[in-house]
Design a protein around this ligand. Structure first.
Ligand SMILES: NC(=O)c1ccc[n+]([C@@H]2O[C@H](COP(=O)([O-])OP(=O)(O)OC[C@H]3O[C@@H](n4cnc5c(N)ncnc54)[C@H](OP(=O)(O)O)[C@@H]3O)[C@@H](O)[C@H]2O)c1
Length: 240
């Protein structure tokens, strides 16, 4: 069955979305999720009171909670924090959880992090090595927060844009694709978490807000890009 035809069946299982990170992306995703009808819990790195005002102003309808509560009470947890801080997440709490990695290795903010400089390994694979028992899916990464905020459209709208998605478990990818759909975007499956490299920084797709056909084309062109060829060479060298 095609991805598009089953997303609505599985998305009904997701009612509550937890978002770790109440910054630029976290607040936009919270607004989109609220508009889509989900219960939304947002958390920063500290106590809930610290983010209650910003939540009221920038994500009205979301509940400001602690990260522990957001994780415990959510059907899906979105990581929207700077990648350089991903090890501050309480990894054991994510055991068995459906988790979305919206993070990017963005060196102007994160600084140079040597583990993310290895072209053979996608950033989401490194994140997964820290939370191996979570069910990790990568999406919401390549579109800027302004475009995420403004470009959502109803299904079938000719101006609808698309988000690439990657993950190792088909059911989990489909479940998150249903959330993307409800939030106003088409989802385009880029493959496994390793293939999530196709929409990391340094790729053509990174920063793009384009429709499904363009996302498909940009993902395919990755193989012929200078960065794509570097990734392929690095993987070959690592393999042996
Ligand atoms: N900006 C974009 O257009 C864009 C688009 C797509 C994806 N992304 C990615 O999304 C992530 C967030 O980017 P951003 O621009 O939204 O960053 P941001 O505005 O700096 O916000 C980051 C938030 O993460 C919180 N945080 C840090 N550690 C935390 C933890 N352990 N638990 C919960 N919250 C924590 C910070 O809160 P405290 O003050 O409490 O530490 C802050 O509110 C990055 O990885 C980025 O690459 C960004």
């Amino acid at each position: 069955m095609a991805l598009e035809s089953i997303v609505h069946c599985v998305s009904t299982a997701i009612r509550t979305i937890g978002i770790l990170g109440v910054g630029k992306v976290g607040t936009v995703l919270a607004r989109l999720a609220i508009a889509a009808g989900y219960r939304v819990l947002v958390a920063g790195s500290g106590p809930a009171e610290k983010i209650s005002l910003i939540t009221q102003v920038l994500a009205p309808g979301a509940d400001a909670v602690t990260a522990e509560t957001a994780i415990a009470e959510s059907d899906v947890v979105i990581l929207a924090i700077p990648l350089g801080k991903f090890r501050s997440i309480k990894a054991p709490l994510l055991r068995g959880k459906l988790v979305v990695d919206a993070m990017n290795y963005w060196w102007p903010i994160d600084g140079i992090l040597s583990e993310f400089e290895d072209a053979a390994t996608s950033s989401s694979e490194i994140v997964r090595s820290f939370i191996p028992e979570a069910r990790l899916v990568k999406t919401f990464n390549h579109m800027g927060y302004h475009e995420l905020d403004e470009d959502g459209r109803a299904p079938g709208d000719p101006d609808r844009k698309a988000l690439a998605i990657a993950g190792d478990d088909r059911d989990d990818v489909e479940a998150v694709a249903g959330v993307i759909d409800a939030m106003g975007f088409d989802a385009v499956n880029a493959g496994t978490l390793a293939e999530g490299v196709r929409f990391e920084p340094k790729t053509e797709l990174f920063g793009a807000s384009v429709d499904r056909d363009e996302v498909v084309a940009m993902l395919a062109r990755f193989d012929d890009s200078a960065f794509g060829q570097m990734v392929a060479r690095s993987r070959l060298e690592k393999a042996g």
